[in-house]
Design a protein around this ligand. Structure first.
Ligand code: THG
Length: 806
C-alpha cells in the first residue's frame, strides 16, 4: 500500500478524479435523491464510475460521501455504515496502487454565532462520518467545498480526534478575494498551515481561469502542497433546462495545467468534469514535476480571525496587542464580568481597534468570575462583532481550552509558562487547534532576571515543545520585562534576550510593556522609549494600551527607521499634519489625526451598521426617554441603516457575518419598538411573502438569510421551510394572502421544480408574483420558467421584492 504522506512530499504531481453529481444522474440517480443513499442501493453504479476514473488515469479516488453526514442523511440512516460501505467500494476499485480520499462536505449548518450549532457539535457530526470512512479503509480525509472557516476547522479537529490519517481541506471561494463568509484565500491558508493540515486548496468556484486568481491570492505565505479541482467552466442551462458545463476536456486541461506554476501538486476536476477531462489533464501535464511553492512574505507567525490575518515577525510591522480588556485596576469592568455582562469590555474592544490595535488581549481573571464560562463567552461576543484576532490571556488551562473551542481562526494563547504540567496540558491543545502561543519563562514563582537565566528556562520549554511535535511557527517568547525602578539593569537584560531569541532561535518575541516603568513618574515616556529600543533588537509584538498617543508615535516612527513602512506610507498617513506637543502640554496634545470610529455605537443608525447587538435596546430607551417618536426611529434610522449595510455588502466591504450581525441587531430593535408602533395604531399592515425551498431540495441556508433580510425590511414572512411541495406553497400563499412567493433551490436537479409552483398559480388564476434564487439560478432560467424576478443574494432579494410590489 503506498503511503499518502510520502506522496505529499515527493517530487510528483498526482491526479484526483472529476465530478460525480452529473455523472451519477446520467447513470440513473433520480432528481432530488441523495447520491449517498443511491450509492447504497446501487453499489455497482458507484463502482463503475470509480472504475472510469481509474481508466482515465486518476491516482486518487474520492468516496461517494460528500453529503454523508448526519444532518444531510437524517436520523434514519446508519451514518457510520454508509460511509464505511462507500469507502470500501472506492477501496476495492482503487486497489493497492491508488489512494482513496474520504469525502466530507458541508453539513448545511453554521457554527454559532453565524448559526445555532456549537463548534463541538459540528466536530461530533464529522467524527461520526469520519469513523465510517476510516473503517472502510481510506488513505486520507478530504473536506471539500467548505465555505465557512469554522466548519473547515471542525473537519480537521474531527480527523485528529478519530485517527492519524492525513487531512486535506478544500474551500470554495465566491470571488478571488473571499469565500461566502468573508475569509480570504490567504487567511484560509494561514489557518490551515497553523493546524498542520497536510494538503489544502480549492475546488468548485467556476472554471480554471477564475480559480487561478484564487490560487494567486494564496501565494504570499503558502509553503504546503496545493490541491486544485476546478469546474468545467461556469454552469449554464441548455434548452431542456439541464445544467451544463461547457468547457471541453482539452481547454480544461490546458487551463488547469497553469496550476502547477503556483504550487499545485494534486489536481483534478469538480462539477461538470468527467473521465475525459481527467484523461486530458494527465496528457497535458505529462511527467511535469511539482514546483514547491516558495513564500514571498516570510514571517515568524500568523494569527487569524474569520476574516483577517495578522503576520508577526522580524520583517513585519510591530503589532500592538491591546491590553485593556483586563480587570487590573478597573472596577466597572470587574463588576460587570462578575454579573456576566460585557458592555464595558466591548467598549474597550472598539476603542482599542479604533486606536489601531491589530490584536486584542482578552483577560477576565478577577475574584468571583468563573473564567471557564466567562472567557469563552466574551471571546465569542468579541469575534462576532470585530475582525481582529484575539489573544486568550488566562492562567487557567480549562478556560483557555473552552475559549479555543469557540474561536473560528488561529487565536494566540497567552500563555504557556514553565510551571510543571503546563506544557503537557496546553501544548498538544495548541498544536491540534493551530493556536500560536506565548512561552512565558517563569517556573513557579521564580522570575529569571538575566539574559542567561531566561535562555536557560526557554531552552527547557523549547525542548518540551519539540518532543510534543509542536512546530516553531506556533511559538513566540515573552521577553519578560521587569521594573527598572527596583532593578536598574532589567531593561538591558531584556534587550539582550530579545536579540538572543532572534539570532539564535529565529523566534519572535513579545512583552507586556508597562512593567518596565512601574513606580516611576511619566510612565508613557519610559514605556515608549523602551519600546523603540526593543524594536531595534527585534521585538515583534507588545501588550500595551493602544490609546497612548506617545506610544503610537514611537511605534510608527520606529517602523520607518527599521524600513518596515515602505515609502513611509503609514507614517505619512498618520502624521502629515503633526504639530509637536507644546512645552508642558499634555501627551494627548499632539496633532495626530483622530480616528473617526472611536468608540461603540452612539446612535441607532450606527448600532445597526456596526451590528452592535448590546447597544441597540439601551439606545432606543435613551431616545424614547428623550421624547423621540418610535416611527421616526424606524424610518429615520433603522431602515436607512440596514440599507447602508446592504450597500456595504454589495460593495464587498461587508460579508455574510456582518450582514447577519446587523440584521440581528435591527431585529432586537424591532422587537422593542413593535408594541409602541402597534399601540399607536399606525403600524402599517405589511405585505406578506411566503418563502420555501422547493420539493426535493434540503438546502436552506440561503433561504433563511433571505427571510431574515425581508423581515428586517418590514415584510411579514411566512417561512415554510425546505423540501416543500408546490401544492403546499400555493395553498399557504392563498391562506396568508401573500403577494409574493419566494422560491429557493441550490441544486440543478431541483431548481426545475420551481416551475411547478408557477404553473399552479397560473392555472388557478392567482395574482401572486414569484421570485426565485439559489446558487445556480440565472436570469435566463428565470425568464424561461416565467418567474417574475430573481436575485443572486439576500440584499438583492429585498430589492426584487420591493419592485414586484410596486
Ligand atoms: N506578558 C504576557 N501577558 C500579559 C502580561 C505580560 N498579560 C497581562 C499583562 N502582562 C499585560 N496587560 C496589562 C493590562 C493592564 C495593565 C497592565 C498590563 C494596567 N492596568 C491599569 C492599572 O493597573 O491601573 C489600568 C489602566 C487602564 O485603565 O487602562 O496597567 O507581561 N504574555
Amino acid at each position: 500500500m503506498p503511503d499518502f504522506r510520502k506522496a505529499l512530499s515527493d517530487g510528483r504531481v498526482y491526479f484526483f478524479d472529476g465530478g460525480y453529481g452529473t455523472f451519477l444522474q446520467s447513470r440513473g440517480l433520480p432528481a432530488g435523491m441523495s447520491p449517498e443513499v443511491f450509492g447504497l442501493e446501487r453499489p455497482e453504479v458507484i463502482k463503475s464510475v470509480h472504475q472510469d476514473y481509474v481508466d482515465a488515469g486518476a491516482d486518487v479516488l474520492t468516496t461517494n460521501t460528500f453529503g454523508g453526514s448526519r444532518p444531510k442523511l437524517g436520523p434514519d440512516v446508519d451514518v457510520v455504515g454508509l460511509n464505511r460501505e462507500m469507502a470500501r467500494i472506492a477501496r476495492s476499485v482503487a486497489g493497492d496502487n491508488r489512494f482513496v480520499a474520504g469525502s466530507v462536505g458541508p453539513t448545511g449548518h453554521f457554527v454559532r454565532p453565524l448559526g445555532e450549532m456549537t463548534f463541538k457539535e459540528m466536530v461530533a457530526i464529522f467524527k461520526e462520518q469520519i469513523q465510517g470512512l476510516v473503517e472502510g479503509g481510506v488513505d486520507l480525509i478530504i473536506g471539500e467545498t467548505h465555505f465557512d472557516l469554522a466548519e473547515a476547522r471542525a473537519v480537521v479537529i474531527a480527523v485528529r480526534e478519530v485517527c492519524d490519517l492525513p487531512v486535506a481541506i478544500s474551500m470554495t471561494f465566491e470571488s478571488p478575494s473571499a469565500c461566502l463568509t468573508g475569509t480570504s484565500p490567504l487567511t484560509f491558508i494561514d489557518t490551515m498551515q497553523n493546524m498542520g493540515v497536510e494538503l489544502m486548496g480549492t475546488n468548485c468556484s467556476a472554471g480554471p481561469e477564475q480559480i487561478f486568481e484564487v490560487l494567486k491570492n494564496m501565494q504570499p505565505r503558502l509553503s504546503s502542497p496545493l490541491l486544485v479541482e476546478a469546474n468545467a467552466g461556469l454552469p449554464e442551462l441548455d434548452e431542456n433546462r439541464n445544467t451544463v458545463f461547457r468547457l471541453k476536456p482539452e481547454p480544461f486541461a490546458e487551463q488547469s495545467r497553469r496550476f502547477l506554476e503556483v504550487g499545485a501538486k494534486f489536481i483534478g476536476g469538480c462539477c461538470g468534469t468527467g473521465p475525459d477531462h481527467i484523461r486530458a489533464l494527465r496528457n497535458a501535464v505529462g511527467e511535469a514535476a511539482w514546483q514547491r511553492p516558495v513564500p514571498s512574505d516570510d514571517c515568524q507567525m500568523v494569527l487569524t480571525s474569520r476574516s483577517r490575518s495578522v503576520a508577526i515577525g522580524f520583517e513585519q510591522r510591530g503589532a500592538i496587542i491591546g491590553e485593556r480588556i483586563n480587570p487590573t485596576g478597573k472596577k466597572v469592568l470587574i463588576a460587570e464580568l462578575q454579573k456576566g455582562q460585557f458592555t464595558e469590555a466591548m467598549k474597550f474592544a472598539s476603542e482599542q481597534l479604533a486606536a489601531g490595535a491589530p490584536i486584542l488581549d482578552v483577560n477576565v481573571g478577577a475574584p468571583m468570575v468563573d473564567e471557564v464560562e466567562i472567557l469563552p463567552a466574551l471571546t465569542r461576543e468579541i469575534f462576532a462583532q470585530h475582525p481582529a484576532p484575539l489573544s486568550i490571556d488566562s492562567t487557567n488551562p480549562d478556560a483557555v481550552e473552552a475559549a479555543l473551542w469557540e474561536y473560528p481562526g488561529s487565536a494566540l494563547v497567552n500563555s504557556i509558562s514553565g510551571e510543571p504540567g503546563r506544557m503537557e496540558r496546553l501544548g498538544p491543545l495548541c498544536k491540534k487547534f493551530g493556536a500560536p502561543f506565548i512561552l512565558l519563562p517563569i517556573i513557579g514563582s521564580k522570575l529569571p532576571f538575566t539574559c542567561e537565566e531566561k535562555v536557560q528556562v526557554v531552552s527547557d520549554l523549547l525542548r518540551q515543545a519539540d518532543e510534543l511535535g509542536i512546530p516553531r511557527r506556533l511559538i513566540m517568547v515573552d521577553a519578560l520585562a521587569l521594573t527598572v525602578s527596583s532593578k536598574p539593569t532589567a531593561a538591558r537584560h531584556c534587550l539582550d534576550f530579545i536579540r538572543h531569541c532572534r539570532e539564535e532561535w529565529n523566534l519572535p518575541t513579545v512583552l507586556g510593556l508597562s512593567n518596565i516603568s512601574f513606580g516611576l513618574p511619566a510612565r508613557e515616556l519610559l514605556n515608549s522609549t523602551f519600546l523603540t529600543l526593543c524594536q531595534g533588537q527585534g521585538l515583534c509584538a507588545f501588550i500595551a494600551n493602544p490609546n497612548s498617543v506617545r506610544l503610537r508615535e514611537a511605534l510608527y516612527s520606529a517602523e520607518v527607521l527599521l524600513a518596515r513602512d515602505p515609502q513611509a506610507e503609514q507614517y505619512i498617513d498618520k502624521y502629515a499634519d503633526w504639530t509637536p506637543a507644546g512645552n508642558g502640554g499634555s501627551a494627548a496634545g499632539t496633532g495626530e489625526i483622530k480616528a473617526k470610529d472611536k468608540s461603540g455605537a452612539e446612535n441607532l443608525f450606527d448600532a445597526v451598521v456596526k451590528g452592535d447587538r448590546g447597544a441597540i435596546v439601551p439606545l432606543i430607551e435613551r431616545d424614547l426617554a428623550g421624547g423621540r417618536d418610535p416611527f421616526e426611529l424606524v424610518n429615520g434610522e433603522l431602515i436607512p441603516a440596514i440599507m447602508e449595510v446592504g450597500e456595504k455588502y454589495e460593495r464587498k466591504e461587508y460579508f455574510l457575518p456582518q450582514l447577519l450581525q446587523s440584521a440581528e441587531t435591527l431585529q432586537k430593535g424591532f422587537v422593542r419598538l413593535k408594541p409602541l408602533l402597534e399601540a399607536a395604531g399606525g403600524a402599517e399592515e405589511k405585505d406578506t411573502i411566503v418563502m420555501a425551498t422547493v420539493e426535493g431540495d434540503i438546502h436552506d441556508i440561503g433561504k433563511n438569510i433571505v427571510c431574515l433580510m425581508l423581515r428586517n425590511h418590514g415584510y411579514n414572512v411566512v417561512d415554510l421551510g425546505k423540501d416543500v411541495p408546490a401544492q403546499t406553497i400555493v395553498d399557504s400563499a392563498v391562506e396568508h394572502g401573500a403577494k409574493i412567493i419566494g422560491l429557493s433551490a441550490l441544486m440543478t436537479t431541483t431548481m426545475v421544480r420551481m416551475e411547478d409552483t408557477i404553473k399552479m398559480i397560473r392555472e388557478r388564476g392567482l395574482d401572486i408574483k414569484v421570485m426565485i434564487g439559489g446558487a445556480v439560478i440565472t436570469g435566463g432560467f428565470c425568464d424561461s420558467i416565467g418567474a417574475d424576478g430573481w436575485s443572486t443574494d439576500a440584499v438583492a432579494a429585498v430589492k426584487v421584492a420591493k419592485e414586484l410590489l410596486q
